[in-house]
Design a protein. Structure first.
Length: 95
């Protein structure tokens, strides 16, 4: 009877170990893929791959999106302001 419970414990331990190794490999590959994506994006834009630069990039793209949405609502003055702000913010990064 003791051998049976030893076998059950060992099998359960191996299953847990397999799941942990699988998840570790999965999340490590996601991290490497995200790092590669951000390095490629920053390299193509000519910006440093720092967190501040990426945040400013997102803010600039958000401002451009607001300008496009204002154009769709036919708010020309608001669209010009949002688009100008977006271009100014993005021009700080891309040189």
């Amino acid at each position: 009877m003791e051998d049976f419970f030893t076998w059950v414990g060992r099998t359960l331990g191996e299953i847990i170990r397999f799941v942990v190794d699988l998840l570790t490999g999965f999340f490590a590959n996601i991290g490497n893929a995200a790092r590669g994506f951000l390095d490629g994006l920053s390299g193509a834009l000519g910006i440093p791959p720092s967190l501040i630069s990426l945040i400013i990039l997102v803010i600039g793209l958000w401002l451009l999106w607001k300008g496009i949405r204002a154009l769709m609502r036919r708010a020309i003055v608001a669209a010009l302001i949002w688009l100008l702000l977006g271009v100014v913010v993005l021009s700080w990064l891309i040189y």
